[in-house]
Design a protein around this ligand. Sequence first.
Ligand SMILES: [Zn+2]
Length: 162
Amino acid sequence: MQEQALTCKVCDQGTLIKRRMYRLSGPIVLIGYLFLLSSVGAIVVGLLLLFYTGATSSEASESIKQEIRNKLTEADVPPSIVEDVLNRKRVSQDQVTGLSPKQMTAFFNARQSYRGTSVASNLMPLMALIYPAFGSGLLGLLLTMRKKVLLCPSCSAVVNAS
Ligand SMILES: [Zn+2]
């Protein structure tokens, strides 16, 4: 598109120049930037948290492993099955059907809780942090939105471009 110099319609002297201006007034734009900053901050903290929990998750699951091992041993579950559960290996159908009801209950409970803790406990606080961060980030972007205008240097009249 060919750009052509436009003369100001207000004072008939100045040549309009293109500028980008905030759509909203100063204080609201400031609030918008606060939203943006806090959103970026929360996402950074969230990522740090992810790396931190990622680094310590093997250590944390050691205590969970111990707890599960105790429960299974208490229910007289054979040690080979206990190790398979802890190493996330598939336990064959034959092994499971050979168990007594008490052993089987302990086995299924252990497998369930072991699966649950590993994934959910690491991601839940992260999601709780990052989810609203996206919301406030979006709000920040909306509040700091800019528009193209034409500005007259002589009388400082502002005309909407486009
Ligand atoms: Zn003018």
